[in-house]
Design a protein. Structure first.
Length: 321
């Protein structure tokens, strides 16, 4: 049967670190060991001798070990104190290196960035978020291009672009921001009160549908699925726009039914201004990506922006079923 283990440094473990005021305690311990004097360490840290003594006693109690042999004129490390000093120095060094690494990362976040994004997504979500990003990184300058026309990142002055769906060019780098996004049928409560809520997507043929104009083509074919069933619908309406924000404003004003990205209308649905229709049918996938022409352009600034936006988009609730 093994002999019982003596209390001491060998019993030091992570839960004890959490109990003590780790950083301040370690700093005082190392300063006292270097100076050979608790009062000198207290003066260097601008605390009272009584506070320094209490801190050291707390540390020794947590470690269940005597770290110093004290006399009226000197302070000498015990054998356990010598062993612990090495670990304390390593811990403080690791913390300092971590702080330096963070400062270095922040220092790199400077320069200009030209970002293209869809108009509705940009106006309602991304631009307010970018205010927070720029406030956190004041050395960054941003130029925002809001358009539902896909930006040519090779020819136009655009560094990165937010876009729905797969990249039109396979050579583009697509970094996912919200992969499960899809389109939803939606309309205002006022419109539904006047015209009724469609029970099946085929009823859209008799409704005023608010359509997008993309690359010169009116998007008048709306596709939905339910299990193995598929509806490929040709829709009509009295309004067409190449601006997604305009289409949503028409829907909010009660002019018809829109087929919008969930990310574009999530705020209005949660606020009760729009209602998702035919919820047992799934609209076309519309994964949101951050696109750039070359992986070599993924600077620390672009990568930090991508992390920032992904966290915000992933926090948006899922489509109500």
């Amino acid at each position: 049967m093994p002999a019982p283990q003596k209390p001491g440094i060998s019993r030091f473990c992570f839960n004890r670190v959490l109990k003590m005021k780790a950083f301040a305690d370690l700093v005082l311990f190392v300063r006292a060991a270097d100076a050979g004097s608790l009062s000198a360490a207290a003066r260097a840290l601008d605390i009272s001798p009584a506070a320094a003594s209490a801190t050291l006693k707390r540390l020794e109690a947590e470690l269940q070990a005597q770290l110093f042999v004290r006399s009226t004129r000197s302070l000498r490390l015990t054998a356990e104190g010598e062993r612990f000093l090495q670990h304390a120095r390593e811990a403080l060094r690791a913390i300092e290196e971590g702080e330096q690494a963070l400062r270095g990362e922040r220092a790199q976040l400077r320069g200009s960035l030209q970002l293209s994004m869809p108009s509705d997504l940009g106006r309602c979500l991304v631009l307010p978020w970018l205010d927070d990003f720029l406030a956190a990184h004041p050395q960054v300058q941003l130029r925002a291009n809001l358009s539902d026309h896909f930006a040519d990142v090779y020819r136009q002055p655009v560094d990165v672009a937010l876009r729905y769906g797969p990249p039109p060019d396979s050579s583009l780098i697509a970094l996912p921001l919200r992969a499960d996004n899809r389109r939803v049928l939606c309309a205002s409560p006022d419109y539904l009160q006047r015209h009724g809520e469609p029970a099946d997507p085929r009823e859209l043929a008799e409704r005023n549908c608010l359509r997008m104009l993309i690359r010169g083509e009116t998007q008048d074919r709306w596709r939905l699925t339910r299990g193995d069933e598929e509806r490929d619908l040709r829709v009509r309406g009295d309004r067409v726009s190449d601006d997604g924000h305009a289409v949503k404003r028409w829907a909010l004003a009660g002019h018809g039914i829109a087929f919008k990205s969930w990310l574009d209308v999530s705020q209005q649905v949660q606020a009760g201004q729009l209602r998702v229709l035919c919820r047992d049918w799934r609209g076309e996938p519309a994964p949101l990506n951050l696109m750039c022409p070359d992986r070599r352009l993924l600077s620390p600034l672009v990568q930090r922006l991508r992390e920032f936006l992904r966290e915000r988009f992933e926090a948006i609730p899922a489509i109500p079923e």
